[in-house]
Design a binder for this molecule. Sequence first.
Ligand code: GDP
Ligand code: IMO
Ligand code: MG
Length: 423
Amino acid sequence: MVTLIAGSQWGDEGKGKLVDLLSQNMDIVARYQGGANAGHTIVLGDKQYILHLIPSGILSPNTKCVIGNGVALDPVALINEIKMLAEHNISVEGRLFISHKAHLIMPYHKLIDQASESFKGNMSIGTTGRGIGPAYIDKSKRSGIRIVDLLDRDSLAKKIKDNLDEKNLLITRVYENKALDSDQIISEYLEFDKLLDPYIKDTTYLLNRAIKEGKNLLLEGAQGALLDLDHGTYPFVTSSNPTSGGACTGLGLPPTAIDRIIGVVKAYCTRVGNGPFPTEQDNEAGQKLRDIGNEYGATTGRPRRCGWLDLVALKYSVMINGISEIALTKLDVLDSFDEIKVCYEYDLNGKRICTFPSDIPTLNAIKPIYKTLSGWGRSLKGIKEKKDFPKEALNFFELIEEYSEAKIKIVSISPDRNDTIIF
Ligand code: GDP
Ligand code: IMO
Ligand code: MG
């Protein structure tokens, strides 16, 4: 059985918690795109883990984890994460496998990402500065350096030199920064090779064989549908495909291999970085969501922009991902709200629309139309079954299901694994 978990909004929906929870019954968890731009927070008892690159399945001792070819892998971030896990007595030995086809994030990618953002000034995307865009540019440009390149010293050195011949011109002449030294990068990456070598594998065969053997696989997406390079709020997006299709290209699996697609939906919306956000509440309600939901980026610490749930965007996300099941998270954050707003349509110059626009001017012009629901005004703590939810929460679920055309199957009411209700 192959299950896929994808973010349905602008990331930070609580994918990490869900992946960790479901991993306990999985043989393999495989990350298919993005890189250390992701920040997945997992709370286990009194411990909190923040994972950027390693799949959130790593906390389940019997689960193997794969970093797929679609991931842009920063060796520095990976090594730090392996160390962090070791400090918590979690070993990745024999459990972590990295695709030899994954592209490497290089020091010049991070430098160019950050310099290009400053260069754009108030037109910046608000990236995480982790080198993601420039690494995927090189992948598309066919000048990227892959994990497999680490195995051949001479060719690695040549590729790094060739890249720097071009990048250093950009770095010095356009961005007015100091040129990078190729010898230093070459020796640094040869050291990384020694550390990463035990994990490198042909993960395409590993995963396809596991499926043939009837194993349980969980495919883990980072970011969210509205940050998708093709389907999100372009150009304010990330440079990969977090939507379910990205799992096929990012792991080398056929679409027919995927049995179940779970969309993680936060009970309200957040966004980090710039770009349109129709239901944003830049006011007291937004601040309240931020405070109660602790909405600060796990990777950059930036305050997340907050707003009400957007069912037009969710319905779009359900459509492009093929989401059949919703995991609704952070419902508890709404406990103390007297009224909960939910956007179900947009007004575009006096006309009602219920499709998610694809261009920035239209996204900026639309005005959300809300339904206002009564809040439940009490803590949801201790709820174990669907029937125990207050009727106001059940009304909220019904509205989400009606408009999104997907069923809620999981509800999360705290960061803890145990506070999850399965319907
Ligand atoms: P991800 O990027 O989708 O994995 O999400 P993040 O980890 O960046 O952000 C979600 C945050 O909400 C984390 O700090 C989680 O510990 C926390 N969280 C997850 N589910 C719940 C929930 O149901 N209630 C509350 N209050 N917090 C949650
Ligand atoms: P998880 O997996 C939320 C956002 C950045 C920026 C845009 C492009 O934790 O949900 P990038 O560095 O990818 O080039 O930045 O994408 N972004 C995220 N926002 N959660 C994430 O990951 C994100 N990863 C990138 O803030 O707006
Ligand atoms: Mg996150």
